[in-house]
Design a protein. Structure first.
Length: 152
């Protein structure tokens, strides 16, 4: 827990530092810091939620249908966040450094969506290749999230 809080503080400090370099007004700086914090939380919680849901399914705590419904919801939230972050990218209110960071956040959400797709395919078919793809995407998602949150 301490590591997570420290990482979120690092993200906030980086956003604050980069914002100070490019002289955002106070309102914009607060909004961008809030977006960064909420995105970090969303990535971390979605990653753990998808994994926990699939783990629970594997121990038959959830039916196929219940599991699919939850994973579809997680994926839908990721898609909604990605779309809104795309709107932010198109707004021209961020400097190039923050644009790059937000683009990487979008990439991380896209990996989580791919992870969810693989989980759905595995639940529907039971084919090992989808489980392998799920694991590949799970590792890629964590690598990206750890990088973005400074957890490496």
């Amino acid at each position: 827990m301490k590591t997570i809080l420290t990482s979120l503080l690092v993200v906030l400090l980086l956003l604050s530092f980069s914002s100070a370099l490019y002289a955002y007004d106070d309102d914009t700086q607060v909004l961008l810091e809030s977006i960064g914090t909420l995105a970090a939380q969303g990535l971390y919680l979605t990653y753990s939620s998808i994994g926990s849901t699939l783990d629970a399914w594997s121990f038959e705590a959830y039916t196929d249908s219940e599991t699919a419904d939850m994973i579809i919801e997680y994926m839908g939230m990721c898609e909604a966040v990605s779309e809104q972050l795309d709107v932010l990218l198109d707004s021209d209110i961020m400097n190039s450094e923050d644009i790059t960071y937000v683009s990487e956040i979008i990439d991380a959400f896209d990996i989580l969506i791919d992870e969810g797709d693989a989980a759905m395919d595995f639940i529907e078919t039971g084919e090992e290749s989808y489980l392998d793809r799920f694991e590949e995407k799970r590792i890629a998602a964590w690598d990206k999230i750890a990088y973005l949150l400074g957890l490496e």
